[in-house]
Design a protein around this ligand. Structure first.
Ligand code: ATP
Ligand code: MG
Length: 273
């Protein structure tokens, strides 16, 4: 079955109700076939590895992958599994934590702009400038008058990056509230996961609906033809991984990258004994 990535794409201006999405869905895949998905992921990992090598060798495209999710939504796990085997030289993860006082002393896009990929690079934003219309909105860290304007800034900022040669893929890992409870509980129950548990994560959980609404607005208002959002059903981690891999691979294949031409006569060179 062909994996049609358009299925996951948010249409510009969509008024979304995230509760309508089935976070356990497995479009284009048999929901019982987890073992087949693991085999498929290994193939996709190899394909992504060669595409990233090509990106690096060609050295003229830039790729920005933005990942957002609720706490325990699987951002780290996705990065680990999808990019397994990729040459770390050309791939970078930029994590956006609570802003430092120096970051807060600038506009909110300042720290994001500093981290965007250069030629030949693939950069993953683990959280991103979208926090500035998510946590900032829900926790009322700035006034509404201020965050309301940010959707337009973000669309324009991303359009500028695209116009200057960056390809942008934005992924929302959509989990259910029940799945989040299970994952947070697992962090408490499993000793090697306890370090991941942050009591602070229970705050946003209490405001689940407000966060979902903020996500819905952000996705609908900032998904554009040039910088689309994809909503990934993410309760099943194995499915999430193949969906994300497919989206990245198909996007990169669309760039029709080529290896640079070899210097003339290179095929005839004989390495001296
Ligand atoms: P993990 O999955 O390992 O917990 P994480 O992405 O949750 O990773 P943390 O350091 O636990 O990383 O959390 C980062 C926190 O910083 C999140 O609560 C996030 O909402 C917050 N944050 C990020 N950007 C901003 C921002 N611009 N303003 C306020 N808070 C922000
Ligand atoms: Mg956290």
């Amino acid at each position: 079955m062909t994996f049609d990535i358009d299925h996951f794409r948010v249409k510009p201006g969509d008024k979304l109700d995230l509760a309508e999405f089935d976070t356990r869905a497995t479009p284009f895949w048999d929901s019982k076939d987890k073992s087949g998905a693991l085999v498929r992921l290994a193939q996709l990992n190899e394909r992504l590895e060669s595409l990233q090598e090509l990106l690096w060798a060609q050295g003229s495209e830039r790729i920005l992958v933005v990942i957002q999710a609720m706490d325990a939504g699987g951002k780290d796990g996705t990065i680990r599994h999808v990019f397994e085997g990729v040459n770390p030289s050309g791939v970078r993860v930029a994590s956006f934590k609570r802003p430092s006082s120096r970051e807060l002393a600038h506009d909110y896009l300042w720290r994001a702009h500093k981290q965007v990929p250069a030629d030949g690079e693939l950069t993953i934003f683990n959280r991103s400038h979208y926090e500035d219309v998510l946590v900032v909105r829900v926790e009322k860290l700035v006034r509404e008058k201020r965050w309301r304007k940010r959707y337009d800034h973000i669309v324009n900022f991303e359009q500028m990056l695209v116009d200057e040669g960056t390809t942008i893929v934005k992924l929302f890992l959509h989990i259910s509230k029940d799945e989040q409870r299970e994952r947070l509980q697992a962090r408490l129950d499993e000793p090697h996961k306890q370090w991941k548990f942050e009591p602070g994560d229970l705050g946003p959980r209490k405001k689940w609906d407000e966060y979902q609404e903020a996500f819905a607005d952000a996705l609908g208002r900032t998904s554009t033809k040039s910088a689309p959002w994809y909503i990934i059903p993410s309760d099943r981690k194995w499915y999430r991984n193949i969906a994300v891999s497919e989206i990245l691979i198909q996007t990169m294949e669309g760039l029709e990258m080529q290896y640079p031409e070899a210097p003339e006569g290179v095929a005839d060179i004989v390495i001296p004994a």
